[in-house]
Design a protein around this ligand. Structure first.
Ligand code: BGC
Length: 255
């Protein structure tokens, strides 16, 4: 077990990539706080899977874009498990819309969840980790779109570009506390965030054509990288993005 005796928070852990990370962390021995937004039964599938192999978790409802709820997430982790070692800022939303028509309220909501959320959760977590004095791990689930433009997705791309510089900046600030900060940049992973593409064969085909490995990524593949970055083996890694995208960022047109 690679995360034995650690306590981890995973935001947006009721589905998709966050769910796979929460389950895998628990399998590796971490006690996991499963953050979710929605009804009380929203995190049930994640919790049941963790319980099925005797893993430890609690579910906490917290909208990461709200300061009190972000702080509560950290407080609940410490109250339940006594400390905090790892945070995965995974919660994210996306809405595609032509730039010229993009509604301001939707733009602000995406920035609030995808960028302000990681700021709030990381800040509260770093304060706790500094008090503990034993370092820590902050991992953001970013995207290839922290670098790659995607027409009709300006809010999402802007939020992920911001997440890249938040990560780089605080990696330097927090290094003296042995808190490492890194991004994972997935490409197209088969999760509910891409339900629109998954439902339309022609859109799916066009997306696959952009991926040299020519398939969707699996949430479990992202979880494997997250375990590594959260583990002791990654103690000297900070300030970088690790892309896991089937070669998407390296594709060069119509080959
Ligand atoms: C987005 C998906 C998109 C994928 C590859 C992800 O970050 O959430 O909508 O298909 O990047 O472009």
């Amino acid at each position: 077990m690679r995360l034995k005796n650690t306590v981890a928070i995973v935001t947006g852990a009721s589905s998709g990539i966050g769910q796979a990370i929460a389950i895998r962390f628990a399998r590796e021995g971490a006690a996991v706080v499963v953050d979710y937004v929605g009804d009380a039964d929203t995190p049930a599938a994640t919790e049941m899977q963790i319980a099925s192999f005797g893993g430890r978790s609690i579910a906490v409802a917290a909208d990461v874009s709200k300061p009190e709820e972000a702080q509560n997430l950290i407080d609940r982790a410490v109250a339940a498990f006594g400390r905090l070692d790892i945070v995965v800022n995974n919660a994210g939303i996306e809405k595609k819309c032509d730039f010229v028509d993009y509604p301001l309220d939707e733009w602000q909501k995406i920035l609030a969840v995808n960028l302000v959320g990681p700021f709030l959760v990381s800040q509260a977590a770093a304060r706790q980790m500094i008090v503990q004095g034993q370092g820590g791990r902050l991992i953001n689930i970013s995207s290839v779109h922290e670098d790659l433009p995607m027409p009709t997705n300006s809010a999402y791309c802007s939020s992920k570009g911001g997440l890249r510089m938040l990560m780089r900046t605080i990696a330097v600030e927090l290094a003296k506390h042995r808190i490492t900060v890194n991004n994972i940049g997935p490409g197209a992973v088969f999760t509910p965030i891409d339900a629109d593409v998954e439902a339309k064969p022609e859109m799916e085909k066009a997306l696959m054509a952009e991926i040299p490995l020519n398939r969707w990524g699996k949430p479990e593949e992202i979880a494997g990288l997250a375990v590594f970055l959260a583990s002791d083996e990654a103690a000297y890694i900070t300030g970088s993005t690790y892309f896991i995208d089937g070669g998407m960022l390296r594709q060069s047109g119509s080959y």
